[in-house]
Design a protein around this ligand. Sequence first.
Ligand code: CNA
Length: 315
Amino acid sequence: IQRELRRRQKLDEYNTIDDAVSLLQKSKNIMVITGAGISTSLGIPDFRSRNTGFYSQLLARGFESPEDVFDIENFDNDPTHFYQLAKEILPVTDRCSPTHAFIRLLQDKQKLLTNYTQNIDNIEAFAGIEPERLIQCHGSWATASCRKCHTEVPGEVIFEDVRQQRVSICQTCLDILEKQPRKRKRVSNGKSKSRSSHSDSEDDGRYDVPQPGVMKPNITFFGEKLPNRFFDRLTEHDAAIVDLIIVIGTSMKVAPVSEIPNYVDEKVPQIYISREPADHINFDITLLGYCDDVVAELAKRAGWTIDHAKVTETL
Ligand code: CNA
């Protein structure tokens, strides 16, 4: 309650877009927390926007709980659901949005402490955010791994399968199986039989053939751990020095990212930029609108230029 009261008092200190501009200008260690909303202008749907979000597309196709598609147990039981749908959120690899370019501008101005992104599209890397300043909290499509032999490959290796809605099979496993002598063992049909009564003619004809592993993009599914770097960087490095938090294009509904503000001193100002308000978190300043427009206005008022074309061209 004390914390909440202090936060409410703080709300009176900063209110307007010009307050946001002066915070941007004076801050030296800005933490930027981003979500799917910063990539929607590139044609990648977010999860929760009504009508256009990936979840409403899933509901329209009869999936009761869209989170199930990204559940690791469900994936291991039957990866076909994921592979039927994943092409909808396959990332672009040749451009970034003006909002990505704005975050890059903060980095160029030596103001970016860390970009915690929930996005899996790896576009921050394309925009030139330095690896040590980038925490991809939910992993990314940049790489993919075999669920069986754990071989890791560049993400692009599985893109064609994803586009074709085909479960991607591990080539390493296939190569190993190819080299193995073809020993086949019959599988019991489940009926109890005495040894003496067993004969091939009574067999149900099924074989226990070793199976190759399924490839999964290294995005964090529900039920999987977040990368260790997330907590290490947040608690041991950033929490003590951050002087401004900017949250952009995320509904802040997925923990533990939604809890990042709680790790930081309540005196640190927090700005929220999104199309819709986040009623469950008290931000000091909320700037509602398309994030590309909002960051363009902030930069203009700060006297800065977001060189979106240059960021896209030079990378
Ligand atoms: P979300 O819950 O779908 O929220 C997105 C938020 O962004 C909503 O509040 C929207 O109103 C807002 N928004 C959408 N477009 C814009 C825009 N142009 N300008 C301003 N605001 C906008 O998504 P979150 O990121 O909060 O949820 C976390 C999930 C989403 C993570 O696990 C991601 O992996 C996952 N995701 C990522 C991508 C991607 O990598 N591009 C795409 C879809 C989902």
